[in-house]
Structures are given as structure tokens and as C-alpha cells.
Design a protein around this ligand. Structure first.
Ligand code: COA
Length: 258
């Protein structure tokens, strides 16, 4: 179903890439309730639309990816409301991480608080040299509530996560790259992210899907078992036959996605 959005934009380009843009540039794309609801709706569309093969997640304007949860809304929260708001953000960001299509975030400018948490829910982060990433919630008397205390340690290790979350101090692109928080830093992050998506989409579509599922199981008690099951499933696919045959015939594979 096509939705009309006020705070985000969702456009599918000719290469089957959905461009999901957080679009409140005057507020540095801060995530208010409406933005979260609209991201949730956009995920419904992205999940259902078989024409969408990958997602490019970005912020509008030239200053920020997303400068955090909307502090004017946060300021109104009481205990039960705060827990509910945290669970809502967690659930929506979890849906992004669990998408069976690759999600690449373009981190251009500020990615703070909920913005850093949104970027961390993507599978891959490509940053511009101007990226400033941090979890400053303690400076507001809070902790990250949209998954940041869980995803940051998984990406950068507990020591760096303690440092970033306890000091609340943001890091710049070079430090984000060396600590593993972003995958790449470049002067044109959007172009680099698109190019990475094109590379991904040249591969066997079923393999890409199963790779997402297998990596998602990393660290869980059934991680290795999941990998073996999915590996076996892939051995039954036409893409596997085509990929291996093409290699032996010294030609490029023509995957059917079956
Ligand atoms: N929530 C609500 N509004 C926000 C926001 C947020 N997280 N981040 C920025 N904005 C708003 C500002 O209030 C300002 O609105 P106004 O023009 O109506 O006053 C507008 O966006 C532009 O921001 P401004 O602070 O003027 O830009 P700047 O370039 O001087 O500073 C930041 C940029 C990112 C350093 C600063 O906006 C900031 O510290 N934002 C909050 C970051 C944060 O703590 N996020 C975590 C929240 S959990």
C-alpha cells in the first residue's frame, strides 16, 4: 500500500534500491513519534514490495544523519511512558535489523543518540568525513533506549562502548572507522553506499538472503547450526548450480534468484 509521509521519504529507484530518508532537516532529522511511526510503515512496504532488493537509509539536508530522539518529546516522559517509548524504538529498529534485504546507512554529519542507534540497526554503515557519532544520553540524565547499549558493544566491544556511553562524548569518522562502528569513510558516502549495494546485488539473491539470516544468528546458541542448515538449503538452489557452473565455465553467473 502506498502511504503519504510527512517526516520521511521512501522512493524506489530503477536499480530496486529503496531510499528511506529521514526528512526533518530543520530539526536535524530528530526522531519524534511521527518519524518512528512512519519508519514502521515504510518497513511494512519494504518487506512486502518484492521489487525492493536493498535499502539505503539516510538523513535529509547536509548537517545530520539524525541528531537523536526528539528531546522535546523525551522531556515529557514519565516512568511507564519512558519504558514504552524505549520498547517502541527498540521494536522498530529491530525490524530494520531483521529485514531480509540489505540495509546500508549513509552517515553524513551528526548521528547522535537515537540517530546512532538507527545507524547501528542497519547492516552496514558508510560515513562521510564529516560524521560525528555518539550516544550523549547520559548528558540528558538518560541512557540509550533504542538498542544502543546492546548494539554498540556488539560492534565496538564493551570497553569502547563503556567509554562512549559513560562519557557521552561523540567520536569523529576516523575513530568510528578504527573502532569498527562504521564500515567505510569517504568523501561521498551516498555514492559509496550505492556502489556497495550494487556489488551486493550482483551476488546470488538467495545466498544474500541466507547470509543475512546466518549473520543474524551470530552469537546465539544456534548460530553454527543455523549456518549449516542454511548452507544445505543453498546447495539445493538454482543459484548455487548457476554460480558454480559459471565459475567453471569462466563466465559471469546469471542468477535467477531461485
Ligand atoms: N531533538 C529535538 N530537536 C533537535 C535535536 C533533538 N535531538 N537535535 C537538534 N534539534 C533541533 C534544535 O533544537 C534546533 O531547533 P530550532 O532551530 O527550532 O532551535 C535545530 O534542530 C537545529 O539544531 P541546532 O542545535 O541549532 O544546531 P547546531 O548545529 O548548533 O548543533 C547539535 C547541532 C547536533 C550539536 C545539537 O543540535 C545537539 O546537541 N542536538 C542534540 C543531540 C542529542 O543530545 N541527541 C541525543 C538525544 S537522545
Amino acid at each position: 500500500m502506498a502511504h503519504t509521509y510527512q517526516t520521511i521519504e521512501l522512493k524506489v529507484d530503477d536499480n530496486s534500491i529503496a531510499h528511506l530518508t529521514i526528512n526533518r532537516p530543520k530539526k536535524l532529522n530528530a526522531l519524534n513519534n511521527q518519524v518512528l511511526d512512519e519508519i514502521d510503515l515504510a518497513i511494512d512496504t519494504i518487506e512486502m514490495d518484492s521489487d525492493v532488493k536493498a535499502i539505503l537509509l539516510k538523513g535529509a539536508g547536509d548537517k545530520a544523519f539524525v541528531a537523536g530522539a526528539d528531546i522535546s518529546e523525551l522531556a515529557e516522559l514519565d516512568g511507564p511512558g519512558g519504558e514504552e517509548a524505549s520498547k517502541k524504538g527498540q521494536t522498530i529498529f529491530d525490524r530494520i535489523e531483521k529485514l531480509d534485504k540489505p540495509v546500508v546507512a549513509v552517515v553524513d554529519g551528526y548521528a547522535l543518540g537515537g540517530g546512532a542507534e538507527l545507524a547501528m540497526a542497519a547492516h552496514i554503515r558508510v560515513a562521510s568525513e564529516s560524521a560525528v557519532i555518539g550516544l550523549p544520553e547520559v548528558s540528558l540524565g538518560l541512557i540509550p533506549g533504542y538498542g544502543g547499549t546492546q548494539r554498540l558493544p556488539a560492534l565496538v566491544g564493551k570497553a569502547k562502548a563503556f567509554e562512549m556511553i559513560l562519557t557521552g562524548q561523540p567520536i569523529k569518522a576516523d575513530e568510528a572507522l578504527s573502532s569498527g562502528l562504521v564500515n567505510k569513510v569517504t568523501d561521498n558516502a551516498e555514492e559509496a553506499a550505492q556502489s556497495m549495494i550494487h556489488t551486493i546485488l550482483k551476488n546470488g539473491p538467495v545466498a544474500v538472503l541466507k547470509a543475512l539470516q546466518a549473520i543474524r544468528a551470530a552469537g546465539s546458541p544456534v548460530g553454527f547450526e543455523t549456518e549449516a542448515t542454511l548452507f544445505g538449503e543453498l546447495c539445493e538452489t538454482e543459484d548455487f548450480k548457476e554460480g558454480t557452473t559459471a565459475f567453471m565455465e569462466k563466465r559471469k553467473p546469471d542468477f535467477s534468484g531461485k
